[in-house]
Design a binder for this molecule. Structure first.
Ligand SMILES: Cc1cc2nc3c(=O)[nH]c(=O)nc-3n(C[C@H](O)[C@H](O)[C@H](O)COP(=O)(O)O)c2cc1C
Length: 174
């Protein structure tokens, strides 16, 4: 099978990670693949916040759990040491489409490089708070951003669960 298609089909969401921090060079390759995603009108609006700082990672995890309504529940980032937050400019009509394609590229590239990943949602609610906006401002990220998703990243401690695709989702008009 073509290796890209093989990678697409074998990627699974990983929900258990070791503590080992992937090397920066590997993280950067994943992020670069994300930036090569196509975008409407080639605006290239989405940005990626690469979080490896344990303190900020813990803060985002807590904020995410709060959105989930389970502040005392398990880590919504599944123990992954890296969190890539994709955000897109609020004033761009295609922001969710563009940002989602970045997310897809990140997850695929991670898999191709031997890392596990998972889309963790609720980035929009997280960064719609004063705390979320303050975090971005504190990092020098100016402007109005909508959170699209977190791509959590790391070395799998357990493989993802196989999820066969549903039948009957293709229609032909020949
Ligand atoms: C928009 C979106 C939001 C998701 N949010 C979460 C999430 O918050 N937590 C989680 O564990 N998985 C999340 N996922 C991962 C899906 O559950 C997963 O992709 C799906 O079960 C199929 O499994 P697979 O990725 O292994 O093929 C999300 C995926 C997408 C596309």
């Amino acid at each position: 099978m073509n290796e890209v298609i093989e990678a697409i089909k074998s990627r699974r969401s990983v929900r258990s990670y070791t503590d080992e921090m992937p090397p920066r060079e590997l993280i950067d390759q994943v992020v670069e693949a994300g930036l090569w995603a196509p975008s409407g009108r080639n605006l290239q609006g989405p940005i990626v916040l690469v979080v490896t700082d344990p303190e900020l990672r813990a803060r985002l995890s807590r904020m995410n759990a709060e959105v989930l309504g389970a502040p005392d529940g398990p880590d919504p980032f599944f123990g992954a040491p890296v969190v890539l937050v994709v955000l897109a400019p609020r004033d761009q009509a295609n922001r969710v489409y563009d940002g989602s394609l970045v997310m897809g590229n990140l997850m695929l590239a991670a898999h191709a490089l031997g890392l596990g990943s998972c889309w963790v949602h609720r980035a929009r609610q997280e960064f719609d708070t004063d705390e979320g906006r303050a975090i971005l401002a504190g990092l020098g990220i100016e402007g109005e951003w909508e959170g699209i998703g977190h791509c959590v990243l790391g070395y799998p401690a357990a493989e993802g669960v196989g999820r066969p695709r549903r039948e009957g989702r293709v229609f032909y008009a020949e």
